[in-house]
Design a protein around this ligand. Sequence first.
Ligand SMILES: [Zn+2]
Length: 291
Amino acid sequence: MTPLLFYFNYPSVIGIKCAIKKNEVGIDIKITDVLTPLACGFLVNEIIKYLVYQKSQIPYPYNWLQTVVARKRKSMESHNPQTTNNLLVERHYKITSAAYDTVEEIMSNIKTEFKDSIQYIKEVLIIFGATPYTPKEVFRINVPVLQENHIEANHIKSMQKSQQKILRDLFLSQDWLKAMESNFPTTNMYVMLKKHQEDLQKDESLFSLISNYNIPTNSNCVTINLDYTNETGHVCCSNIAVFNDSLNVGNKCPQIPSKSSDSKELWYQAKVYLKGFKDCYINKVSATELF
Ligand SMILES: [Zn+2]
């Protein structure tokens, strides 16, 4: 089963332009549907899930990681847990479980950042390397000005379809496929956001301000340009009232700072990072089968 098949099912309406430099690849993705902050956060997270597997930082697709961790946790909660005395299996479960929790925490905070950030996000960096300053490969997502005056709940269904098209077109583009060919040993994955400087650093935020960061020159960098223009034609939500407050999708509109604002754009780095890991085989059986 390959996750790509999922994306083959949807016809393409989004054009892609690509430009290749030395060790830098640029992939432009034209987005025609309304792109809300939450929808953009979702796109970023799907790209992260795809990359952690394609770049061999987790040994199986993200959905499978999620399945095996959930299965083990359910078994541990049950009255009759499956116990194993195999220390290797237990150790591998701990590594797998920690990796899963880390990626989930990063993705959950990305969604929050997109949804709630008063200062909108300009760029997302997904960095693979021992440190962010010694990257093996960097994936940069250029975030357009998002459609902030919409009620997220009104767009969830249409965005899901359009997101699948966007992801399918990205993951099947020649430059992306080429970028997936290069591989490196398991390393770390760091995530950074470039935002306008916030007056108050939220203590609970996973992303904390770091001193100036530049992608080291000569590092392999794949840039994804989300090409979206905030069209005034999308006024769908202005006349629609949402009465169901229980919809837990956030109806709050982030406020984009005015262009005259002299606030600086700065990098915020996630306080946690993924430590890549390989599968563990015991008598030719994956440890995940023995959890
Ligand atoms: Zn709308």
